[in-house]
Write a protein that binds this ligand. Structure first.
Ligand code: NI
Length: 188
């Protein structure tokens, strides 16, 4: 099932998401739906809050970027109840976008090395390290679980400059090629 994507201005994107319990029903279905929703919107990552579910899970499939990033070809993963236990390395600035913030891309500074512990789609525990662009994609999605959007990490000047565009998104004044949920389209 393809979910509509929740956009900027919706409170679910600001919430601290809840851990997924062991007995969570239909987890496999949720994972399938998240991938389907992400592919439909042509994203490379999607976190549960973006489909209105305040849960600690995100999916990534970097395959669309494989032409430029060869090691993204098989970078397809599910991260359940992830914990970033180490974050360091050079802080690098790079352009980012987000399905919940249509048509806005900004430079975001992030650490280039992480160590993350998580459960995968088979409920198997993993302890892995990532660097570079992979680490960036993971950090972006992980932030969603803590209610953080990339536009909160940009320079104060850029933030000022895009404020109008963000307010437009919150009011439903934007174009997207996928279905979206606007929290309160009538807000002035
Ligand atoms: Ni995002």
């Amino acid at each position: 099932m393809i979910y509509p994507v929740v956009v900027y201005g919706h409170p679910v994107l600001k919430k601290l998401a809840e851990e997924i319990p062991d007995n969570f029903p239909d987890l496999n279905q949720l994972i399938d739906d998240m991938f389907e929703t992400m592919y439909n919107a042509e994203g490379i990552g999607l976190a549960a809050p973006q489909i209105g579910k305040s849960l600690r899970i995100f999916v990534i499939d970097g395959a669309p970027l494989a032409d430029d990033e060869p090691d993204f070809a098989d970078f397809k993963k599910v991260f359940i109840n992830p914990k970033i236990i180490e974050k360091n390395g050079e802080v690098v600035s790079m352009n980012e976008g987000c399905l919940s913030i249509p048509n806005i891309r900004e430079e975001v500074k992030r650490e280039s090395f992480i160590r993350i512990q998580y459960y995968d789609e088979n409920r198997k525990f993993n302890d892995e390290s990532y660097e570079g662009y992979k680490a960036r994609v993971i950090l972006h999605e992980y932030d969603h679980l803590d209610g953080i959007l990339f536009v909160e990490k940009i320079s104060p000047l850029r933030k000022k400059l895009i404020k109008g565009k963000l307010n437009d998104i919150a009011r439903g004044k934007f174009e997207a090629d996928y279905k979206t949920i606007v929290y309160n389209p009538k807000r002035k």
